[in-house]
Structure formats: structure tokens, C-alpha cells
Design a protein around this ligand. Structure first.
Ligand SMILES: [Zn+2]
Length: 422
């Protein structure tokens, strides 16, 4: 181990907090924040703001923007009142000015800094995918005490717990870190309401950290594909099947031709995945359908492949089928392993190794807010949360030892970002 006395103190203090971390996790997991459950999100937000307030954060609440209405919504036929987008909270803390006689902290080599040194953006999402009224509602620790299950226990309440404790310990030890904690509540549904805030904050910081769980083997994701949503709508002409069939233009048949073309665009070997579904067509069999639509998801290895897909998608509107319209949005641009992010990843690995841990690197087709932050120019590590598995399932679990280990790694990494000597 190659830790400074300050780093050793950080790790001791966090080790002593292990039981508190488990208690915090139980408390946070028991607040239902799945599927846009507003009362739970409000309660969780309140709890976190109270904690961050005690370590000197100032807060800004920014209203989320409405989701595009073309996105697939299974309830849209019956939904009468649009849901209000959840706000995004920006909690900021700047280091206290140096005490008289002490040198001011010097700026780190990695960032443009500012009066308060290197600026670190930590992104956490409050939402989970779990049913707020379902049977999976609380933290249950396994008999051997090594794992626990609970809704959002790794994705990402465990990540938020370790970040809280890491920041509290750094505050206690007066580490001069210039940090921002961004809390959004729509990550699991694509962050459509919080994208502008994520992009803007990315531009105002030097390093980005997202508290998503580590990959299953504990790896750090250094490369991610990009992901976009699309919708193709076809309007034809309705006609009675028996009396005037040949006057009709079937939107369903036209959409079927289009879907085959969309599927043909998929080329996973070369970094493009296209998945079509759900579908909407006619509701009766005795009329030529005048409306049909499909929704889909596209994943791409890089921005150029994304552009190619959009060009092909737009061309569908001009290929002789009347009444076709398309919508698309790459809400999660590709996140390549740039030089800047790899340098940052190596700093995280060094912190892990100095703590006697390991931090392998990997790439994934999964996406998260790290994609958005890095597309805003911010080198971002987005799997610095805890270890566990079965995300988005009713048996989502956490490896309990990872609370201590990963909080130590995060805190040591943050303290090194604050102090350019390391
Ligand atoms: Zn997540």
C-alpha cells in the first residue's frame, strides 16, 4: 500500500463508518423511488439535501424539461394529465479559503480549475426501475451477512451512500475539494428531462464521476456504446374492406416494409444494433388501417455511425411510401475511451491498487448519464459505485463489503484530484 498519512486517515474513518453505511442503505432503499413515484423522490431528495447541507453545500433546483411526446408511452391512450418533470438538484461546495500562513491549494494538472481548484462533478440518480407499490421494498441482508437485496440497492442507492460518506470524511479532514453533486430522477427512463442540465454542468467541470455500479466482475467501464430512440409513423388511407378496399392505403403494410429496412441496418459486428418494437397498428380487421407506428432503440459504437443511421432513417421518408414521418434522439451519445478518460481511469486504478484492490477496465453496450457528461466534453468514469448484480430485477443485490472498499477508493481518488501533488 502506498498511501499518504491523510489517505490512511481517510480509509480508517470510512472503515469505522461501515455499519452506518449499511444503516443508510437500508433507509434509502426503503424509500420507493421507482417509476417516477413523486412522493418517494421528494422524500429521498429531502434526506440527501439535509446530509449535504451539513457539509457546506449550496443548492440550486432546476426544473426538468418535458420528455418528447413521440417517445413510446404504453399509457398514452388513457393518460389525461401529463406528468410534471422532476427537478434536478445541483449541490455545490467550494473549499474554504486557506488558513493564514498555509499555501493555497495549487491547481491540478488535469483541469482548467478556477479559484477553487479542480472541479469534480458527481452524478447520482434518485430513480430506480422498481414498482413503488410492489412486494420488493426493503433491504434484506443474507444470512451470511455478505450480500443484501433491495430495490435500487446497487443501481444506484449504494453508490449514493458511498459518495455521501466519502464527501463527509473529506469535509471532516478539511480536504479542499471543489465538488458538485448532481441529483436527477429520470436516468432509468433515458434522462430526457435532465439532459440540458447534465450537459451544462459537464461544461463547468474538469472531472466527472457517476455512481453506477461496477460491472459484474468489479470492472470499470471505460467505453460505452451510444444509444438513441426513434419512432416511425405512417399515415395511410382508411377504407371499408368489403366495399372499397382498393381505395385504401394500408399504413400497416407500409410500416412492415419499413421495419424490414430498419432491421437490415443492424450490423453488430461493425458497431450498430437496431431493435424494433413496440408496434402500433390497426384495432379492427374490417378496415384498411390508416395509421401505424413503431418505436425502437439503436446502439452505435461512435458518433459517425449514429449520423449514418439518422441519414438512413430520414431517407425512409423519401422512398416512395407516402405519409411517413420519423423522430429520433440520441439521448446517450457514444462514450469512447478517449486519452483524457483513460488517464483518469488509470488514476482510479492507482487509487484502487494503493488500497490493495484491483480495478480492471472493460467496455459495454450499456448506457448511462456518463455518456451524456462525456459528450459534453467532461472525462467521466461512470462505474465508481458499488459491486453487486441483477440490476433492474426483483433480486437486485449488493456485495456488502463493497460499501467500505468502494467508498475508500472514491474518497482517495477525490482527495488526489483535490491535491495535485498526488
Ligand atoms: Zn443506474
Amino acid at each position: 500500500m502506498n498511501l499518504t498519512p491523510l489517505e490512511t486517515e481517510i480509509t480508517h474513518l470510512l472503515a469505522r463508518r461501515e455499519m452506518d453505511m449499511i444503516d443508510d442503505l437500508a433507509l434509502q432503499v426503503a424509500i420507493p423511488t421507482g417509476q417516477g413515484h413523486a412522493p418517494g423522490l421528494k422524500e429521498y431528495r429531502g434526506l440527501l439535501l439535509k446530509r449535504l447541507d451539513t457539509i457546506g453545500a449550496t443548492f440550486t433546483s432546476i426544473p426538468g424539461i418535458p420528455r418528447p411526446d413521440w417517445l413510446y408511452n404504453p399509457t398514452r391512450k388513457t393518460e389525461s394529465t401529463p406528468t410534471t418533470p422532476e427537478p434536478i438538484i445541483i449541490a455545490k461546495a467550494e473549499p474554504a479559503p486557506p488558513e493564514p500562513g498555509l499555501a493555497a491549494p495549487v491547481m491540478g494538472s488535469g483541469g482548467s480549475g478556477g479559484a477553487g481548484g479542480v472541479r469534480v462533478l458527481i452524478a447520482g440518480h434518485l430513480d430506480t426501475v422498481h414498482d413503488p407499490h410492489g412486494p420488493f421494498q426493503k433491504l434484506t441482508i443474507a444470512q451470511d451477512g455478505k450480500t443484501a437485496t433491495g430495490p435500487g440497492v446497487v443501481d444506484m442507492k449504494g453508490g449514493i451512500v458511498i459518495a455521501l460518506h466519502a464527501l463527509e470524511v473529506l469535509h471532516e479532514l478539511k480536504v479542499p475539494l471543489n465538488w458538485t453533486f448532481l441529483l436527477n430522477a429520470d436516468e432509468e427512463t433515458g434522462s430526457f428531462s435532465s439532459i440540458p442540465v447534465l450537459q451544462r454542468e459537464a461544461a463547468n467541470h474538469d472531472f466527472g464521476i457517476a455512481l453506477e455500479p461496477a460491472l459484474l466482475d468489479g470492472s470499470l467501464a471505460t467505453e460505452r456504446m451510444g444509444s438513441g430512440q426513434f419512432c416511425v409513423e405512417v399515415r395511410g388511407r382508411s377504407a371499408h374492406v368489403g366495399r372499397s378496399f382498393s381505395e385504401g392505403i394500408s399504413a400497416v403494410n407500409a410500416l412492415a416494409e419499413i421495419m424490414l429496412k430498419l432491421e437490415a441496418m443492424a450490423d453488430p459486428e461493425n458497431g450498430i444494433i437496431v431493435n424494433v418494437g413496440p408496434l402500433q397498428g390497426s384495432e379492427v380487421t374490417n378496415a384498411v388501417p390508416d395509421y401505424a407506428a413503431c418505436w425502437g432503440n439503436v446502439r452505435v459504437k461512435d458518433a459517425a455511425t449514429g449520423e449514418k443511421f439518422i441519414t438512413m432513417l430520414n431517407a425512409l421518408c423519401r422512398e416512395g411510401i407516402p405519409g411517413v414521418s420519423v423522430n429520433h434522439q440520441f439521448n446517450r451519445p457514444a462514450k469512447p475511451g478517449t486519452d483524457a478518460v483513460m488517464e483518469f481511469a488509470h488514476r482510479a486504478r492507482q487509487a484502487a491498487e494503493d488500497l490493495g484492490q484491483s480495478l480492471p477496465f472493460a467496455s459495454t453496450g450499456g448506457v448511462c448519464d456518463g455518456n451524456i457528461l462525456q459528450s459534453g466534453g467532461l472525462p467521466t468514469l461512470d462505474t465508481l459505485g458499488v459491486r453487486g448484480g441483477n440490476l433492474h430485477r426483483p433480486d437486485e443485490w449488493i456485495e456488502i463489503a463493497s460499501l467500505k472498499e468502494r467508498s475508500q477508493m472514491l474518497a482517495v481518488l477525490l482527495s488526489r484530484l483535490a491535491s495535485p501533488k498526488n
